[in-house]
Design a protein around this ligand. Structure first.
Ligand SMILES: Nc1nc2c(ncn2[C@@H]2O[C@H](COP(=O)(O)OP(=O)(O)OP(=O)(O)O)[C@@H](O)[C@H]2O)c(=O)[nH]1
Ligand SMILES: [Mg+2]
Length: 244
């Protein structure tokens, strides 16, 4: 079975797409915050069973935004086979922030460029091929309310699930030499730490630890012994001091 999760900013059409894909009828509405809990449904495409999870809207994957925790916890802890990032085509710039964060997750990402009808109606032009090339993942234009593009989206989900989760492919953002070196060092320490093995994407965890993300710190504190955590934190401190 393929496990796919739908994630995206609030009110971009995630549930509308979820309903189309699964035949269920979860509540949609033209305001943010309609979906508050995750909901799973099933479909079969090209002979493959796909579990699709609809998530509440999220602008980011950080601990600061309490209403985003359901979505970010699911993505970070459940590690679905395919992450389908639903992007609002008429708010591309704002929406792509979350896309970049998702690229850090070492995940098989597929972008659905939704509200494609409104993109066309407004005379906006988006170069799908270029966007796909820049992001390094498939980009599929969709119109959730008519179902247009959803067959292509299902194809992309099945194709993405068949691909090996490429380690390091998620390094979409280059933070500059100093920070990249720091990330690599912390990543190496995380890799050594068997208690954390495979639980989180390593580069992502390294970045979160460097940021001092409270929720990630809290979660890792529950997994690691205090001396293990102290070791990692002292390496972070020493490395940070060295580049200052
Ligand atoms: N024109 C147009 N409207 C759309 C499209 N997709 C969704 N909508 C509308 O956008 C609104 C939001 O859709 P939802 O599916 O509830 O969005 P959501 O992302 O699940 O929202 P939250 O759960 O609140 O985060 C609804 O009124 C939909 O009918 C689309 O492709 N084109
Ligand atoms: Mg919803």
């Amino acid at each position: 079975m393929i496990r796919a999760a739908l994630i995206g900013n609030p009110n971009v059409g995630k549930t509308e797409i979820f309903n189309r894909l699964t035949g269920l009828s979860q509540k949609v509405g033209n305001f943010p915050g309609v979906t508050v809990e995750k909901k799973a449904g099933m479909l079969v495409h090209r002979g493959r069973e796909i579990e699709v999870v609809d998530l509440p809207g999220a602008y980011s994957l950080t601990a600061h935004a309490v209403d985003e925790l359901v979505a970010s916890d699911y993505i970070v802890l459940e590690r679905p086979d395919v992450i389908v990032d639903i992007v609002d085509g008429i708010n591309l710039e704002r929406n792509l922030y979350l896309t970049l964060l998702l690229l850090e997750m070492d995940a098989n990402l597929v972008v659905a460029l939704n509200r494609w009808d409104m993109v066309a109606a407004r005379g906006m032009e988006i170069d799908i091929e270029k966007l796909s090339e820049l992001l390094g993942c498939p980009v599929v234009p969709t119109v959730a309310i008519t179902g247009c593009g959803l067959e292509d989206l299902k194809d992309s989900i099945v194709d993405a699930a068949g691909q090996k989760r490429a380690k390091g492919q998620g390094a979409a953002l280059n933070y500059g030499d100093d920070i990249e070196q720091l990330i690599n060092k912390v990543e190496d320490v995380i890799k050594e730490c068997t208690a954390l093995n495979g639980r989180y994407p390593e580069r992502w965890l390294a970045i979160k630890m460097l940021e001092g993300d409270e929720r990630v710190m809290e979660q890792t504190r529950a997994i690691l012994s205090s001396s293990q955590l102290a070791d990692i934190l002292s390496i972070i401190e020493a490395e940070e001091a060295a580049i200052k």
